[in-house]
Design a protein around this ligand. Structure first.
Ligand code: DX5
Ligand code: ZN
Length: 222
């Protein structure tokens, strides 16, 4: 019996002028989570959205809001994203010197805590905080923009992190360049949550696009 693979469309590729409608559309199309990319123009070379937008989209779906903070520092903004209605808050391991503190702060606000690793960051960066984690997000592109190509070398890192997780109840999510072609590579390596922006929003057929990624990935999960 294959494990279930969750699909989290990234609204970075949605039409920002119609965000509520877009969220309702991916919800109706059968997404599992809604992935929200927060960028500050400092940690990554792009600026996207803030906690006000998270609060504005919250009433449009009951799905998990999976908020990916590509900001440094992150700590001063975590409470605002929690209050805005995030379910999972993910910070980057590279975003500050006190990752352990950031993770404790997220959980103290009643939210699930995630950590993300840039492509060049080794998995050893999180080995001493693994028991504070609900989710590990492996970047399979350099963060900042949608529509980039999946970096194949990340498959080995995904495999190592799957081993590190062991029997713990921690999601292993991948983000960047996920398509029906690359989803099986990530899933076979051990990912159980797949973020996809351009591959979901590339045309109006959101349900078909989500199910193409899910079907490709589910077959590859052992
Ligand atoms: C990259 C973001 C991703 C991105 C994914 O910085 O974290 O979530 O939007 O987009 P695609 O699926 O187009 O690579
Ligand atoms: Zn993301």
């Amino acid at each position: 019996m294959p494990h279930k693979v969750l699909i989290a469309p990234s609204i970075l590729s949605a039409d920002f002028a119609r965000l509520g409608e877009e969220i309702r559309a991916i919800d109706a199309a059968g997404c599992d989570w809604v992935h929200v990319d927060v960028m500050d123009g400092h940690f990554v070379p792009n600026i996207s959205i803030g906690p006000g937008v998270v609060a504005a989209i919250r009433p449009h779906t009951r799905r998990v809001l999976d908020v990916h903070l590509m900001i440094a520092p992150a700590d001063p903004y975590i409470e605002a994203f929690a209050k805005a209605g995030s379910d999972i808050i993910t910070v980057h391991a590279e975003a500050g010197p006190h990752l352990d503190r950031s993770l404790q702060l997220i959980r103290s606000l009643g939210k699930k805590a995630g950590v993300s690793l840039n492509p060049s960051t080794p998995e050893s960066a999180i080995e001493h905080v693994v028991d504070r984690l609900d989710l590990i997000l492996v970047m399979t592109v350099n963060p900042g923009f949608g529509g980039q190509a999946f970096i194949p070398a990340m498959q080995d890192k995904i495999r190592r992190i799957r081993t590190m997780i062991g029997t713990r109840s921690i999601h292993l999510e991948v983000d960047g360049g996920i398509t029906p072609q690359t989803a099986p590579l990530a899933a076979a390596a051990g990912a159980d949550v797949l973020v996809a922006g351009s591959a979901v929003f590339k045309d109006k057929h959101y349900a078909g696009n989500i199910s193409a990624i899910r079907t490709a990935a589910t077959g590859a999960r052992s």
